[in-house]
Design a protein around this ligand. Structure first.
Ligand code: AP5
Ligand code: MG
Length: 210
């Protein structure tokens, strides 16, 4: 299964990608997590990406396309993968097509803008592995500690309300058009994001099989 998860910031892409990747035993490629890791490690890519991310703007297409091309060439992607947060623009989607990347399914997790802010203010992310939690909807077993790796949970820098609003605007202006792009290719399925996490997982798994 080569799957793309689309959706606004806070739709639940990262949360669902982790669950589904474990069920299908395939890796998740999250461009957001890769970029945050690069910033943490002070790499050249991280330096380029940081100011864009802090402001809730998209990182330039050429940077993202290069990162994903390299990642998809790794042996663990041979049996399938989940792309979380890429493509985010039409040129990124076109680059995948031009590279001959075959996608089986594109699932858009649908959620209204007004639900998103509450989600973001409660989000906590693992500073080591990037896993997402929520203080009420999806709390860790031990407060402040990641279930998966024991890392410390932190608040993402771009989860400030004004930055979230900007990211949402960018989603509507740059990313939402990808639904039409993949609809035309017959790959798109829509799943309701404003429902309990397990129910959204069930609907995504159903969308993979139809
Ligand atoms: P990225 O890290 O991809 O952020 P995003 O798309 O804005 O999405 P989020 O990670 O904020 O949300 P999510 O959908 O993963 O939701 P989550 O599962 O965490 O990108 C960050 C930045 O990197 C971008 O702004 C850009 O600068 C750059 N970037 C990345 N990719 C790029 C690209 N391709 N091109 C250019 N730039 C790029 O869930 C959110 C919260 O809700 C959590 O607390 C979670 O626990 C909770 N939650 C999840 N599901 C539910 C549910 N069903 N009910 C209740 N709560 C839920
Ligand atoms: Mg995410």
């Amino acid at each position: 299964m080569r799957l793309i998860l689309l959706g606004a910031p806070g739709a639940g892409k990262g949360t669902q990608a982790e669950i589904i990747a474990a069920k299908l035993n395939i890796p998740t490629i999250s461009t957001g997590n890769i970029l945050r890791e690069a910033i943490k490690n002070g790499t050249e890519t991280g330096l380029k990406a940081k100011s864009f991310m802090d402001q809730g703007m998209l990182v330039p297409d050429d940077v993202i396309i290069g990162i994903v091309r390299e990642r998809l060439a790794q042996p663990d992607c041979a049996g399938g993968y989940i792309l979380d947060g890429m493509p985010r623009t039409i040129p990124q989607a076109q680059a995948l097509l031009e590279q001959g990347v075959e996608i089986d399914r594109v699932v858009s997790i649908e959620i209204a803008d007004d639900v998103i802010e509450a989600r973001m203010t409660g989000r906590r992310v693992c500073s080591v592995c990037g896993a997402s939690y929520h203080v009420t909807a999806n709390p860790p077993k031990t407060e402040g500690i990641c279930n998966a790796c024991g890392g410390e949970l932190t608040i993402r820098k771009d989860d400030k309300p004004e930055t979230v609003r900007h990211r949402l605007a960018v989603y509507h202006s740059e990313t939402e058009a990808l639904k039409g792009f993949y609809e035309k290719l017959g790959k798109l399925r829509l799943v309701e994001g404003n429902q309990p996490i397990e129910d959204a997982t069930r609907d995504i798994l159903a969308a993979l099989g139809d």
